[in-house]
Design a protein around this ligand. Sequence first.
Ligand code: MSP
Length: 659
Amino acid sequence: MAKKPYYITTPIYYPSGNWHIGHCYTTVICDALARFHKLMGEDVFFLTGTDEHGQKVEKEAAKRGITPLEFIDPLVAELKDMWKLLDVEYNRFIRTTDEDHVRAVQRIYQKLYESGDVYKSEYEGYYCTPCESFWTEAQLKEGKCPDCGRAVTLQKEESYFFRLSKYAPALLEHYEKNPEFLQPKSRVNEMVNNFLKAGLNDFSVSRTTVKWGVPLPFDEKHTAYVWIDALSNYITALGYGSEKDELYKKYWPANLHMVGKEIVRFHAIIWPAILMALGEPLPKQIYGHGWLLIGGEKLSKSKENARPELTDPYELVKRYGADAVRYFLLREIPFGSDGEYTTERFLKRVNSDLANDLGNLVSRTTAMIVQNFESLPPCGEKTALDLELEEMANGLFAKVKDAMDRLNAPDALEEIFALVGRANKYIDETTPWLLAKDPAQKERLGTVLYHLAEVCRICAVLLKPFLTRATSLILQSFSCPADMGFECVSFGYLQAGAKVEKLPPIFPRIDVAKELAAVEKLVKEQNEQKEKASHPSVISSEATEGSGAEKSQITIDDFGKIELKIGEVIACEKVKKSEKLLHETVKVGEETRSVVSGIAKFYTPEEMVGKRVVLVTNLKPVKLCGVLSEGMILCAEDEEGNLSLLSPEKAVASGAKVR
Ligand code: MSP
């Protein structure tokens, strides 16, 4: 029998860089849901990607003197790396610059134009560049963008409009007939009362002022409004409107668009209206989740409240592992609501649930089996206590499924960890360490350990969508196949005599106070490092001064490790919030690099542009004040600490080696 299709999408991300743990939230939830449905035997298609067009990208690239794609590509690579790091397994990563997407967006516009749902008029409105949104005067908050609070500009342009007003009655009817369409319920009130019942206005869906976008097929001086371009990805990714539309036929309508609450308006009003105009079915459900907050405010790049040392997913995964980061996101934030993020909450949650409860259960169980039996002991006569544990374990799948049907990962995890907690209590009640001392109790000990082993195994299978690493280690330690699925989530799959291996603590216990102090120290060190990094010479003064000749001498091989090349500064700007740092875009042969150096006191950005400099090109990239630095510009420093750039004496092409 053909598997049931399940299509789930995340929003496509702006290539903004400075990724923080808030960005990971939507996608990690979707990954857990996708994994859950795969384990349910469904045919899952999980889509994510990047939203790459628009004025913001155009401006950022121009500022650096590079093309939009040169600006975006490294950020997209970083985002993909982040998903890899967090074990996010998608079926397609769509970029709105992908050729097939661009062609499909053009076909969508053509169709809407031909049906009269897109028509030409003139637009005047207040535009917020960072949010890519037009606002009416009434919508502004104290004259600023109501979403991000930044300045807006009054813009007037010839534009094509989408006949949104026509679809308000059909949308209202859809909401009434499909109470599951938008979740959680609170968002429905907002959409229906604030927007639909108030009446919808046609809105502008093309720009002449933005060049970095999809040209409209019927009027090439216009580009597609980024939100229409972006929303279309959900169907263009499946080949909608093309000759290769098998995926579209199979997976559309989507089961779920998971989005942050700030973009529900686009997904729950504009997107369904566009689909209605195209004559296509609407997605089955849209879920607007809450935010990760810091100090009560949305964790956000634009608000600059993301402290890279504490909220950078790379740093967190490096310190605590992918499972810990996934677990925190999936367990701690009450689903549908906002949740405060602090390092302390993160550490406590990981410590108590993963290290103490799950980690302990598994390591104690495997250790006792290995210590007392050669392999898994048989299950003897069961007591009421055993039967109670067994019953709880056998009933767990239904509870997890119920929670996941409600998309509620925290509830699903709470259920699983209730069993973990019950099993730990069962250890205290059955006292296997005492049974082990009495040879007459060997059979009883075997029964207890058999029960514990089954609970560990069932929890591991049910935890697969959430924890990608620990679960395979647990299954492996009980000699279970890695692909053991939901058909095996009741007692009876482990056989006496199966090989069991002692599992060392899978989540080392964190000393929270010590770790918090270490993180604070790290923050301090990184701040100091930032200061130091503003010193651009290769060999620091500490390394050369009075620390013994052997320290300051290097071999020719050591020197050979440093790759030096000539670069040409093609763009330069001050780094926000730093008096010392400049951010240069340096062309090195065919390549373009982002470099941060501490020379703002000695050179203005204007003076830097056009300079040929010596660049260390094989330094490990770092972020300084949130800006990526992929190299170091060399300077001479006099005794007063004044810096002077080193440049080739004759004209040399950028990319030339320095030896
Ligand atoms: N490009 C649009 C989406 C277009 S979809 C057709 C966009 N991109 S985004 O990069 O700003 O956001 C991507 C996702 O990250 C959104 O779901 C957003 O809600 C989520 N988050 C960004 N910061 C967040 C938190 N602090 N907390 C939770 N999720 C947050 O919007």
